[in-house]
Design a protein around this ligand. Structure first.
Ligand SMILES: Nc1ncnc2c1ncn2[C@@H]1O[C@H](COP(=O)(O)OP(=O)(O)OP(=O)(O)O)[C@@H](O)[C@H]1O
Length: 584
């Protein structure tokens, strides 16, 4: 027995007896790492694993500590809980009493630790591989965790986001809006569309997690990249618009085919010349400006140009600039990008210019267009490209422009309500369609054309005109031009029963105006004004003045022409046109 052991056993034999009685494996280690004593329970460990148990690492933990330390050591794949208490011995200095616990408690703890680690690993795997990109923040909006795919969406790696405030990241535009911020404000689950700095669009579902007092302690975001879905939806919407455009075209063609409506009927020299010109115009892409009174057939002519051109199989889009409220006209023509208007289509909308691409666009009543929109149209004409409202992407256009108006554009230019530069751009090939009263030879062929059309449409027996009715119709002035003629025929087909249309069948105002005109022509009583009831003199004056200006405007191109016809100054006419709010 060594001196150390001797002295220890001398002084501590009682304690050693106690030690031997302890059922848990226990041994003593000196500061130098020598195993001094072990009880029977510790014997197998010391014999098999002495080297491990007195390993320098183990001792280094204990030697400077006088407190009890718990430590797990793995021996042959089994975990042991080791408790070490260091004491100061009178003669030996610091010695450490070590107990080895291989009981089920430590095994259990270990088992749970291993389980927890496995769960954490699984969660991390799920976190990183989830279809949605996950992003977790605490109740103050500080980012705690983000799945590794976050770099693709927000252009930042997880470690660049973790620890950062969602408020700051939102301000920097890494994403906008921050779903976490909204959840923290509203304290409930939200679903939003988010835009990111990298140009992606995300659908973010953000869910708050509450503690027992109702405070938000976590916000969990699941973000899904919908950029491509969004693009596809836009594409589908564009295609839908185009299909709707074609359907519109088709139904128009259908009507024309069945009812033979829209056919161009003429006999007059003037119209013959125009039709000959149309044949040549159709072969080129130059802009055409069609002028003429309302109802003379400007739209029929525009149809004819498109139908004879090489663009016939491509879209023909008609826009009545006066029928669409000016506030909507711009978005109708130019379309808009997604999110431009509250209540607008969520994917944006293709404008009529886009829909007309490769074909023809017919801008009817261009004279009614407001000045600011005229500027934008001029740009489209010059640059041959269009940009949707709210977008920066310009779309090249291959379009043939046909425009029409029943207004005197030169006069509008003079008055400052029509841009001169736009007028020049439009007036490349001008076509003026004369009113029906200036080409009376066309009246009867057109009348007969509509007569046959309505006989077929209404399944009527054949109907003819009496000689007297025919001469009234031929000599009537047709202020509403071909449209009025067409309407009268339709009306006659509905109101007459017999097979002959007589004067008595003609509308009363029609024959009265006509007889007045004949009477005026016969008696040269141009200044006769018939009054049938009493009315205030001022009202009567206003009414007559208005009618006279209207009448004169049919035969005059400018305000000064009207003034000459009515034998007053031009300024008088301008004043009265303004006073009666007349559209001349
Ligand atoms: N020469 C024609 N032959 C047959 N039908 C015609 C002719 N001219 C016009 N029409 C018919 O008359 C009606 C009015 O024609 P259109 O709409 O082309 O006139 P518009 O000059 O464009 O009128 P607005 O200035 O009011 O737009 C239409 O139903 C059209 O089919």
């Amino acid at each position: 027995m060594s001196t150390i052991e001797q002295s220890f056993s001398d002084r501590n034999d009682i304690k050693l007896l106690v030690l031997n009685a302890i059922p848990v494996a226990t041994y003593l280690v000196t500061k130098a790492g020598d195993i001094l004593f072990y009880n029977p329970a510790a014997e197998p460990y010391i014999k098999r694993h002495g080297a491990v148990l007195k390993s320098p690492q183990l001792c280094s933990i204990f030697k400077n500590s006088l407190t009890t330390i718990g430590y797990v050591v793995q021996i042959d794949g089994i975990d042991y809980l080791i408790n070490a208490s260091s004491i100061v011995h009178d003669y030996l200095g610091i010695i450490t009493v070590v107990t080895i616990d291989d009981s089920s408690v430590s095994q259990l703890i270990n088992h749970h630790l291993n389980n927890s680690k496995a769960i954490i690993d699984d969660l991390q795997t799920i976190f990183d591989n989830s279809y949605d990109v996950l992003y977790v923040s605490d109740g103050n909006g500080i980012t705690l965790r983000a799945s590794s795919a976050c770099e693709e969406l927000w252009g930042k790696k997880p470690h660049e986001l973790i620890g950062r405030s969602v408020y700051d990241l939102e301000t920097e535009g890494v994403y906008y809006p921050s779903a976490t911020r909204i959840v923290l404000e509203r304290k409930k689950k939200v679903q939003i569309i988010q835009k990111t700095k990298t140009g992606r669009q995300l659908m973010v579902t953000s869910t708050p997690v509450f503690d027992l007092s109702g405070n938000v302690i976590r916000v969990v975001n699941a973000s899904r990249d919908i950029t491509e879905i969004q693009e596809l939806e836009n594409e589908i919407q564009n295609l839908r618009d185009i299909v709707a455009g074609y359907q519109n075209q088709l139904s128009q063609l259908q009507v024309a085919k069945n009812a033979k409506d829209g056919e161009l009927i003429y006999r007059s020299k003037q119209m013959e010349q125009i039709i000959a010109l149309l044949g040549r115009i159709a072969q080129v892409d130059s802009t055409v400006l069609i002028t003429g009174e309302s109802g003379v057939g400007k739209e029929v002519i525009a149809n004819h140009i498109h139908a004879c051109s090489s663009r016939v199989d491509n879209p023909f889009i008609k826009v009545n600039c006066a029928a669409i409220p000016q506030s909507l006209l711009e978005s109708e023509l130019f379309g808009y990008a997604p999110g431009t208007f509250t209540g607008g289509q969520k994917n944006g909308k293709a404008g009529l210019f886009e829909l007309a691409n490769t074909g023809t666009i017919f801008l009817d009543e261009i004279g009614d267009m407001q000045l600011d929109l005229q500027t934008k149209i001029l740009r489209v004409l010059q640059e041959r490209e269009v940009t949707r409202i709210g977008s920066h992407r310009s779309i090249p256009l291959d379009i043939r422009f046909i425009v029409a108006t029943n207004q005197d554009l030169t006069r509008k230019v003079e008055e400052g309500s029509f841009r001169l530069d736009l007028y020049y751009r439009l007036n490349v090939i001008p076509i003026n369609v004369p009113p029906l009263r200036e080409r009376r030879e066309d009246v009867l062929p057109i009348f007969n054309h509509f007569l046959h059309m309505y006989i077929e449409r209404f399944h009527r027996r054949s109907v003819t005109l009496s000689q007297e009715a025919l001469s009234i119709i031929e000599s009537y002035d047709w202020p509403g031009n071909v449209r009025e003629l067409k309407n009268i025929v339709e009306r006659l087909m509905v109101t007459t029963n017999g097979t002959v249309i007589d004067v008595t069948d003609l509308p009363i105002n029609f024959t009265r105006k006509q007889s007045m005109k004949l009477h005026q022509e016969d008696s040269k009583a141009y200044h006769a004004v018939e009054v049938h009831e009493l009315l205030p003199l001022k009202d009567a004056t206003d009414c007559v003045e208005k009618q006279l200006i209207e009448l004169a405007s049919r035969n005059a191109r400018t305000l000064s022409d009207i003034a000459t016809l009515l034998k007053v100054n031009q300024s008088t006419i301008s004043r009265k046109v303004q006073k009666y709010n007349m559209n001349i």
